[in-house]
Design a protein around this ligand. Structure first.
Ligand SMILES: Cc1cc2nc3c(=O)[nH]c(=O)nc-3n(C[C@H](O)[C@H](O)[C@H](O)COP(=O)(O)OP(=O)(O)OC[C@H]3O[C@@H](n4cnc5c(N)ncnc54)[C@H](O)[C@@H]3O)c2cc1C
Length: 330
């Protein structure tokens, strides 16, 4: 996390890119490039704490309708951006744009579409980016993605990209109107053993043109603050936004934590395990933990909060109400 709120190295890099693009010519008009590329990092480099919610593409019409209702509840907290993930398997990919499009049309809020390199050539990535641009998406969360199910290693398709920094560079050079967020890993990315090597690659993504870094979910703020210290010590100045997933129930959280490797504090786990059959009790324990976690992050000077809301509004709303989000921060 970067609490300094100073214009970052990345902004200077973006200006250089813009000047080059003016010289070379590009599809986007100059004015759009200047406003678009500067907006996300400068937005997060302010005194206000920014708020974002992450959705995922529903699989059914009923799921879509339910999501719309939950988004109505979430917008009461005046989020700065709403993002939607990009389906790993391919089936829900177009729905990502449908979701952000609906949010933008229903609420006029800035939206970010996630995009991964999985199974796509550079030309196919361009087609997706063209569709995002046509639907007025504001920002892209640029990711490499996980290896497809059943494969242990990520392999790009022929003509595809190997790492997220390449996707960032592609977007920054050809679609300068988009703000760019990338993923960061306070507990180290699961394919990486050396935290400093992981950080080196994260810096590469930021240097390629990312405006902000959003972290993988975590439950130990100590890990996050330690990561922030190392992040700053290698010279990364892009705002670092903690990703928060309030617990909804024990089974779900175990699954998610095992997928992305997040550690659950022992006391928290035992508090949840003491009430294996009480879903409402687990929800309350999880929310109390998330309230403490969120308050501590705010006290620690984070520039924004990114809630993984899992298409529901209840958990994030409970946390935001408890920390008195609306009156204190807006
Ligand atoms: C905020 C957030 C949102 C996400 N949204 C989605 C989503 O919508 N859809 C989805 O499928 N997944 C999503 N993910 C998960 C993500 O796709 C996985 O964590 C994936 O395994 C890594 O993606 P990345 O962009 O961080 O990869 P990268 O930054 O490319 O890193 C992947 C691995 O390669 C290493 N590495 C990076 N660059 C290089 C290099 N140049 N040379 C050698 N090694 C390198 C890194 O250390 C790391 O171990 C999200 C993750 C986060 C944190």
């Amino acid at each position: 996390m970067d609490g300094t709120r100073e214009p970052d190295v990345n902004s200077k890099h973006l200006m250089t890119v813009q000047v080059l693009q003016v010289t070379l010519g590009s599809r986007a008009p100059l004015i759009c490039r200047i406003i678009g590329t500067m907006s996300l990092s400068s937005h997060y480099n302010s005194e206000k704490i920014r708020l974002s919610f992450e959705l995922f593409p529903p699989r059914t019409a009923a799921g879509f309708e339910s999501l719309r209702q939950h988004v109505v509840q979430l917008v009461r907290y005046e989020p700065d951006v709403i993002t939607c993930t990009y389906g790993a398997g391919g089936s829900t990919r177009d729905t990502t744009l449908d979701v952000v499009d609906a949010v933008k049309r229903d609420h006029g809020l800035p939206v970010a579409s996630h995009l991964t390199c999985v199974g796509a050539t550079v030309d196919e990535l361009r087609q997706t980016l063209d569709r995002a641009a046509a639907r007025n998406v504001d920002h892209i969360v640029a990711l490499r993605g996980d290896p497809p199910r059943g494969e242990s290693e990520f392999r790009p398709v022929p003509g595809g990209l190997s790492f997220a920094n390449e996707l960032v560079a592609l977007i920054r050079s050809e679609y300068p109107q988009f703000g760019i967020a990338v993923g960061g890993y306070p507990e180290v990315h699961q394919e990486q053993t050396d935290p400093q090597v992981d950080l080196k690659y994260l810096k590469q993504k930021v240097d390629a043109g990312a405006d902000i870094v959003i972290t993988q979910l975590f439950y130990s703020n100590e890990d996050f603050f330690d990561f922030r210290e190392r992040y700053e010590s290698v010279g990364i100045t892009a705002p670092l936004i903690p990703g928060i997933l309030p617990v909804i129930n024990l089974g779900q959280i175990r699954r998610i934590a095992s997928l992305c490797g997040a550690k659950l504090p022992a006391q928290f786990q035992s508090d949840l395990q003491r009430i294996p059959d009480d879903l409402e009790g687990q929800f309350q324990v999880g929310i109390e933990f998330a309230i403490r976690q969120t308050q501590e992050l705010i006290d620690g000077g984070v520039p924004g909060l990114h809630f993984y809301v899992l298409n529901k509004s209840r958990a994030a709303s409970a946390v935001l109400e408890a920390i008195n989000w609306t009156s204190e921060f807006r």
